[in-house]
Design a protein around this ligand. Structure first.
Ligand code: XLS
Ligand code: NI
Ligand code: NI
Length: 442
């Protein structure tokens, strides 16, 4: 990948990040992520399809509920909207190509500032999409997914597709239409729906059934529009239980799968799972992955991590090797991502104010995933992990156990077998043994 700079260089003094191997002492190098190395029959680059998220990296300015921005970006300087958007895109592609990240993801409003005027917004988005097309062509960087921000504007305070006011819903539709157009124009491989305001703050004022029906109808219309206009990719729903809304309808993987099944959307939609959202739902990330894999619906992931001491989406960069090794075991055994990849929905901290910090964050995230993949592959290939798990269910592989699985036994016959076979011997679940096994391979 060539480094693509604009007229100005925003990350001066930083060259393209290279793989230097695990003993390198260079903080601006990969130790495990070696893009062309083959793992599980694919290059690491193809396996992960790493993506940089535009919002956290180029818009997120370090502000929090208690204070304004701490990251003052040089690409935000111009007072002209389109110039500012282009400068930001120059910075984005410079960063992405210096990092050698093959994909990016965006919301409509990340690319260029929006107004309250639908026509003006459509014009603005189309202008910056033309520029993005040039940048993608020059660099080879691709769009993993696009999406529309239906949660920041005040009109969405009661939801977008689930808003009780039809007029608000129409604005959500206008934004989704334009974001789909942009995604299609840029060859986007997927499209995401994350419903941060689709839910309720209080059931006292909420007709939950009607709101969910509206959401399903809205998704059908969006899907039909995109298909009609040539979109071949996958639609993803990104589950999250709460934040910003008290209760979100896309609570977790199991809830979303039930919703998709109920409203006949299962064929076109898969899941985009986020680590920190799993934590907020009271699950492990591994649990969410397993639910998706078992349903054949693991589309993509948003990589980050939460903080176990507080209950919000801190969106920290991933760095937990145990969590990710266990996750990669599930992803590998599940056959990888269907259409998607690994998007870093993560932000550097408020007090991480050096230009290098964004590089360290992404290098760390890509390296920890690569290390987890390599470790998980060795566990699957070379340890007794698979065997122990398979043997645990061996009593269902033949004889009466197999007859039960195939539906050939009645409840009375099971009772008779209990009498005949007598009291079973306890069988260890070997949890500590398996935990040690994982650590041995790390
Ligand atoms: C917020 C979500 C959001 C989606 C895209 O918590 O993670 O960033 O990924 O709208
Ligand atoms: Ni996300
Ligand atoms: Ni999130």
């Amino acid at each position: 990948m060539n480094i693509i700079k604009g007229q100005k260089e925003f990350f001066k003094g930083i060259e393209q990040i290279q793989f230097e191997g695990r003993d390198s002492k260079n903080p601006l190098a990969f130790r495990y992520y070696n893009p062309k190395q083959i793992v599980a029959g694919k290059t690491m680059e193809e396996y992960f399809k790493f993506a940089c998220s535009y919002w956290h990296s180029f818009n997120g300015d370090g502000s929090d509920p208690f204070g304004g921005r701490t990251h003052v970006f040089p690409w935000d300087a111009s007072s002209d909207v389109l110039t500012r958007a282009k400068d930001k895109m120059d910075a984005a592609f410079e960063f992405i190509t210096k990092m050698n990240i093959p994909y990016y993801c965006f919301h409509d409003v990340d690319l260029i500032d929006y107004t309250d005027d639908v026509l003006e917004n459509e014009k603005r988005l189309a202008a910056i999409v033309d520029y993005a097309k040039e940048k993608q062509q020059a660099s080879g960087v691709k769009l993993l997914w696009g999406t529309a921000n239906l949660f920041s504007h005040r009109r969405y305070m009661n939801g977008a597709a689930t808003n009780p006011d039809f007029q608000v819903l129409t604005h959500g539709a206008a934004q989704v239409k334009a974001a789909l157009d942009a995604t299609i124009a840029l060859g986007g491989e997927n499209y995401v729906f994350w419903g941060g305001r689709e839910g309720y703050m209080s059931l006292l004022n909420t007709n939950m059934k009607r709101e969910q029906e509206h959401l399903a109808k809205f998704l059908h219309l969006a899907k039909d529009y995109a298909r009609k206009n040539g979109f071949k990719g996958t639609f993803f729903i990104e589950p999250k239980p709460c934040e910003p809304t008290k209760h979100q309808y896309d609570y977790d993987a199991a809830t979303v799968l039930g919703f998709l099944r109920q409203y006949d959307l299962l064929e076109d939609f898969k899941l985009n799972l986020e680590v920190n959202h799993a934590t907020l739902a009271g699950h492990t990330f591994q649990h969410e992955l397993q639910v998706a894999v078992d349903a054949g619906k693991l589309g993509s992931i948003d990589a980050n991590r939460g903080d176990y001491q507080n209950g919000w989406d801190t969106d920290q960069f991933p760095n937990d090797i145990n969590e990710l090794t266990e996750s990669m075991l599930i992803i590998l055994e599940g056959g990888g991502f269907q259409g998607g990849g690994v998007n870093f929905d993560a932000k550097i901290r408020r007090n991480s104010t050096d230009p290098q910090d964004l590089f360290y964050a992404h290098i760390g995230g890509m390296d920890i995933f690569a290390r987890a993949l390599l470790t998980a592959e060795r566990i699957l290939e070379d340890s007794e992990y698979r065997k122990i798990r398979a043997e645990r269910y061996a009593s269902f592989d033949q004889g009466s156990g197999a007859s039960f699985e195939s539906g050939a036994l009645t409840l009375e016959q099971l009772r008779d077998l209990a009498v005949e076979l007598g009291e079973p011997q306890p069988v260890s679940g070997k949890q500590e043994y398996l935990e040690n096994l994982i650590n041995r391979y790390i």
